[in-house]
Design a protein around this ligand. Structure first.
Ligand SMILES: [Zn+2]
Ligand SMILES: [Zn+2]
Length: 262
């Protein structure tokens, strides 16, 4: 088993300590386990989120580097929240070369966190999902390094609509544009299980399209913020990956891809 996206108490919303997370992963025999705590420099530009506790990067890097020496299946990652306004901060603050794996995540769209209800105020489902996807497309162009696009479809997670689903056929042109650019840049697509039991982000139809267009890199992510969720729905994710036509997961060491048989 692998798990390429997990959080610890170094994140403002992480519930288990670094040690607890790693020991649980070890017990589960996870062969590659990335810790990807939040770096939310995007939040600093939005007054209502500017008080959210930022990660203490130096302490975090030291602690994970130390634990990696004892448990070599651990990888040092970082989840970077995208916003155009934060690009300069990322370039100045994050020592990217120290990491095994960088996630590019879109949470903030039009200066609002699209997990929270104010984002959806006065927008139809189509408008709110489209603005999210266009922001994801924009995020692919950041000038700092990253390896994978995280939780594509995050906007649906807490959306106030009866049918929250996000399908390929709803936005085929935008999805194709995202995937063709990812393929050109050799970026990995993440199959994220943090959906409160509603499949994966993204769903199978979208993963299939990435593959059809020539996508080579897919990975599995629990996005666990607590030790009990590590590798959640891993076996279902394997099925989705196999049906979509993938035979290998991609994981990263020193930001270089490694293939692991699914
Ligand atoms: Zn995220
Ligand atoms: Zn996360």
């Amino acid at each position: 088993m692998i798990d390429t996206h997990t959080h610890t108490a170094f994140s403002f919303d992480g519930k288990s300590s670094l040690k607890e997370m790693v020991l649980t992963a070890k017990k589960l025999n996870v062969e590659y386990y990335a810790i990807t705590d939040h770096c939310d420099l995007d939040y600093r530009h939005i007054p209502e989120y500017s008080s959210v506790k930022q990660i203490e990067l130096e302490k975090y890097i030291d602690a994970v580097t130390k634990i990696k020496k004892k448990y070599p299946f651990v990888a040092l990652g970082l989840e970077c929240g995208y916003s155009k306004k934060a690009i300069v901060d990322y370039l100045q603050i994050v020592p990217f070369e120290k990491f095994d794996y960088i996630l590019n995540s879109t949470h903030i769209v039009d200066d609002k966190d699209c997990y929270n209800q104010p984002y959806f105020k006065d927008r139809t489902k189509k408008e709110s999902y489209e603005r999210y996807l266009l922001t994801v497309r924009e995020s692919l162009e950041v000038p700092y390094p990253y390896n994978a696009l995280s939780h594509l479809g995050f906007v649906r997670k807490n959306a106030p609509f009866e049918d929250k689903s996000l399908r390929y056929i709803d936005f085929p042109e935008i999805f194709d544009d995202i995937f063709l650019r990812m393929i050109e840049l050799d970026k990995c697509l993440e199959l994220n299980a943090h959906t409160k039991g509603h499949g994966f982000m993204p769903d199978l139809d979208i993963v299939k399209r990435y593959r059809e267009l020539g996508g080579q890199h897919l990975t599995y992510a629990s996005d666990a913020h607590i030790k009990t969720r590590i590798c959640e729905n891993y076996h279902l994710a394997k099925e989705v990956a196999l049906i979509a036509g993938f035979r290998y997961w991609t994981v990263y060491r020193n930001q270089k891809p490694i293939k692991i048989k699914i």
